[in-house]
Design a protein around this ligand. Structure first.
Ligand code: AN7
Length: 409
């Protein structure tokens, strides 16, 4: 009998035992996806899930982990708020806008959804060390989950290009932080090589187990809305998340939880937009951007490893890509904070900047139900806010001078 889940190559269709440590297809080198034998699911999935709180592990039966000995490494990930954004709607002339705030996760980004699964997997494989390359959030998240699991954590980061808050997280959780003179793409190439040569479990989004955790964003959105939205807007870097979310929606349709699927819309920063450029060319292949640059350092990625999965998501969902400038990203960040009380990091604000652009070009109908995924907390990158804001007022400690300032406004 087939196992409950197995690994499948998205290229040649080869199927593999999930107990093997594989990141790509051993036959053709393409990406792997985790698939399930639906005939082995309990019949009352809806009832079982309904009794658990909203979180990644609510969906255990559709995750590639057996919780045999209560060994799941969890910090309480998922269960993030889906905010209805009425003031933003008004600003953009739209009527049905929601923001899924992934900054509420334990280390402040959506990466935690993947790491709870990926690090539990590392433990069950008896690995002692984990490794990733990162623009910041992956390293912060992996460092925290590795700490909880008692694993050694090695992170490779592009030198000088990781936001302060993320760097501090990796350090305090005890990761071995190695700054690489080069960009994220170069760091990831080395991390992959290291994981092939040494017993280091790779937890970048090539790892299909990690993506399984991230697909729960889609599961939660459906639980929170009662159905799938019309469009989902996601910031895109390495393109793992947009692929994972799309997989989640497709599975929910197969399970009979939803009838319709959303269009997936990916947003990239203008200076780091290889997938958006490929989309304009008709998805004829991916040409890497040699020197990606953007204020949104989280998505400063020129050679996204999951591009094939992202292409599939765009094609199958009838979705599309859009780019936004650094100025548009920073404006959207301020706007979301000022209008909705949500403080997100620049990469996350790219989905809001994308929403604004698509609303003004009428690519979104005003009645459509749109969910923007904001991926990381604003406190991750405090410098960028201070750099933008006017100098703060300082006065003597007396009533009149403060009154004067308040009255002037
Ligand atoms: C806030 O931490 O790649 O398209 O190494 O931190 O799945 O790569 C971060 C990515 C969006 C893009 N928003 O997600 C890393 C890293 C935030 C992010 C993305 C990232 P993917």
């Amino acid at each position: 009998m087939r196992q409950r889940y197995y690994l499948k190559c998205i290229g040649c269709g080869g199927e593999y035992d999930p107990e093997r440590i594989l990141y790509t297809c051993p036959k053709c080198g393409d990406l792997l996806s985790c698939e399930y034998d639906y005939s082995r699911l309990p019949s009352d999935l809806r009832g079982i899930w309904g009794e658990r709180t909203l979180s990644v592990w609510r969906y255990l039966e559709m995750l590639p982990i057996e919780d045999r000995r209560g060994e799941i490494i969890s910090l309480g990930e998922g269960g993030t708020t889906l905010n209805r954004c009425r003031r933003l709607q008004k600003e953009f002339g739209l009527r049905n806008i929601y923001v899924k705030n992934e900054g509420e996760n334990p280390t402040g980004s959506f990466k935690d959804r993947g790491m709870t699964v990926g690090v539990t997997r590392a433990l069950q494989l008896n690995m002692e060390s984990v490794i990733c390359a990162s623009t910041g959030n992956t390293s912060a998240s992996l460092a925290a989950y590795a700490a909880k699991a008692g694993l050694t954590c090695i992170v490779l980061i592009p030198s000088g290009k990781v936001a302060l808050g993320k760097l501090v997280q990796a350090i305090i959780h005890g990761a071995r932080v190695i700054q690489v003179r080069g960009n994220f793409d170069a760091a990831l190439r080395i991390a992959r090589r290291l994981s092939e040569k040494h017993p280091l479990y790779l937890l970048n989004s090539l790892n299909p187990y990690r993506l399984e955790g991230q697909k729960t964003i889609a599961y939660e959105i459906v639980d929170q809305l009662g159905e799938a939205p019309d469009k989902v807007i996601v910031p895109v870097g390495n393109a793992g998340n947009i692929s994972a979310i799309w997989k989640g929606f497709k599975e929910l349709r197969t399970l009979g939880f939803i009838d319709n699927l959303p269009e997936m819309i990916g947003i990239q920063a203008e200076g780091a937009a290889p997938i958006a450029q490929a989309f304009r060319r008709g998805l004829d292949g991916m040409r890497p951007v040699e020197d990606p640059e953007t204020v949104a350092t989280a998505i400063r990625i020129g050679a996204p490893v999951n591009w094939k999965k992202a292409f599939q998501a765009l094609k199958e969902s009838n979705g599309f890509m859009e780019t936004v400038s650094d100025d548009e990203i920073l404006e959207a960040q301020s706007l979301l904070a000022a209008k909705e009380g949500l403080f997100v990091e620049p990469a996350s604000a790219s989905s809001i900047a994308g929403l604004r652009k698509l609303a003004s070009s009428k690519s979104i109908d005003k009645n459509e139900r749109v969910v923007c995924v904001v991926t990381g907390h604003g406190l991750k990158d405090p410098d960028i806010v201070l750099r933008q804001s006017p100098k703060m007022i300082e006065v003597d400690a007396d009533l009149e001078s403060i009154e004067r300032i308040i009255m002037i406004g």
